[in-house]
Structures are given as structure tokens and as C-alpha cells.
Design a protein around this ligand. Structure first.
Ligand code: FMN
Length: 181
């Protein structure tokens, strides 16, 4: 079935696309998800398996008691196995000042894994995962559960350390580009 195209109210021409489940390709799914405005984070880990950081928007709150967050990372990238092996992660919520850092940790620059960490000052709180002192908020977590589903692995983290930073403008990602709220 061809996408249903309708013109919606207010005279401004807009296109809506409605698809049935059987017609939802991963590209259509990505196009719809691009409508989400997501906060940008760098999720880090360190420990016996080594240090790693990844730019991620697929992260959110799960519960405030016990304090728990989740983050979804691509499990087809073997480097992300370090998170499982170390058993810890820190979720660093970025401000508008961190766009270039975010690009580096997304692999969009020529920096090696270790060079990416050289682009900022890092500290630790409890778990040993690198935290960014200039972040809007930091959730330092022990991984309590992982779930593998499709292309990704969901990490549930018990928040064992916290840092509430300056109330700066958050860095968002929307329609495949960086935005500032
Ligand atoms: C704004 C933005 C958000 C991203 N969000 C996620 C995410 O939630 N989960 C994920 O697995 N990858 C996400 N990525 C992609 C990873 O950052 C990227 O694939 C990874 O860092 C590149 O692999 P490398 O570190 O091995 O070079 C995102 C990238 C960008 C630019």
C-alpha cells in the first residue's frame, strides 16, 4: 500500500505518512524517530576491559527508587562490549558547549578512541567511569541488567553517584542535526 498522504489543517501544506506494521522498514522507522528531539549524552566506561566513550541519545530515566537509568547501544559494534565487561557506565548529559566533543565521541572526527578523551578533562566519582565536570548532569552507574533486542543492547544502570552541574543550555539532536534549547 502506498503511503497515505493527507493535507492537514491550517492551509500550511504538510505531509503525513501512515504505514501499516508490515510496511515499516528500518528507513521509515529512522525517519519517524528523527522527529524526536533527544538530549545528547556521552556514555563512558572504564575498568579491566578498558576505557570507552560513545555519544548517545537513546537514554532515559527508568525509576527514582531505586535511582535507575537506561541507555541503548549498538551491539553490532564489538567495542561496546566493554560496557558489559566493565559492569559500569557514566551518563554525561551535554550542554551546547559540547557539540564538537559529541561529534568526536560519535566517530565523526579523525580522533582515535584515546584522543577523544584528550579533548576534555575527566574525573571519576564512584564507579571509575569517566565523568565530564562541565556536563549538565552526570549519572554514575553500576550495570544491574542488560537486554539484547534487535540491533541494540539496553543497559540498566543503578545510579551510585551523581553530579548536578551548571544549568546551561542542553544540547539536543533533532531531524539529524544538533540544536540548542
Ligand atoms: C547525536 C548522536 C546520537 C547517537 N546516539 C546513539 C545511541 O543512542 N546509541 C548508539 O549505539 N549509537 C548512537 N550514536 C552513534 C554512536 O555515537 C557511534 O556509532 C559510535 O560512537 C561510533 O563508533 P566508534 O566509537 O567505534 O567510532 C549516536 C551518534 C550521534 C551523532
Amino acid at each position: 500500500m502506498a503511503p497515505v498522504r493527507t493535507y492537514i489543517a491550517s492551509r500550511q501544506l504538510e505531509e503525513q505518512i501512515v504505514l501499516k506494521t508490515t510496511e515499516v522498514s528500518s528507513q521509515h522507522y529512522r525517519d519517524a524517530m528523527a522527529r524526536f528531539a533527544g538530549a545528547v549524552h556521552i556514555v563512558t566506561t572504564d575498568g579491566a576491559a578498558g576505557r570507552r566513550g560513545v555519544t548517545a541519545i537513546a537514554a532515559c530515566s527508568v525509576s527514582d527508587d531505586p535511582p535507575t537509568v537506561l541507555v541503548c547501544l549498538n551491539r553490532q559494534n564489538p567495542s561496546n562490549d566493554l560496557f558489559v565487561k566493565n559492569g559500569v557506565f557514566a551518563l554525561n548529559t551535554l550542554s551546547s558547549r559540547h557539540e564538537e566533543l559529541s561529534k568526536a565521541f560519535a566517530g565523526l572526527t579523525k580522533h582515535s578512541y584515546e584522543e577523544r578523551f584528550g579533548l576534555a578533562e575527566w574525573e571519576t566519582i564512584v564507579t571509575g567511569a569517566p565523568i565530564l565536570p562541565g556536563a549538565l548532569a552526570v549519572f554514575d552507574c553500576k550495570i544491574v541488567k542488560t537486554v539484547e533486542l534487535g540491533t541494540h543492547r539496553v543497559y540498566f544502570g543503578h545510579v551510585t553517584g551523581l553530579r548536578i552541574g551548571e544549568n546551561l543550555q542542553p544540547l539536543l539532536y533533532h531531524e539529524r542535526g544538533y540544536r540548542v534549547l
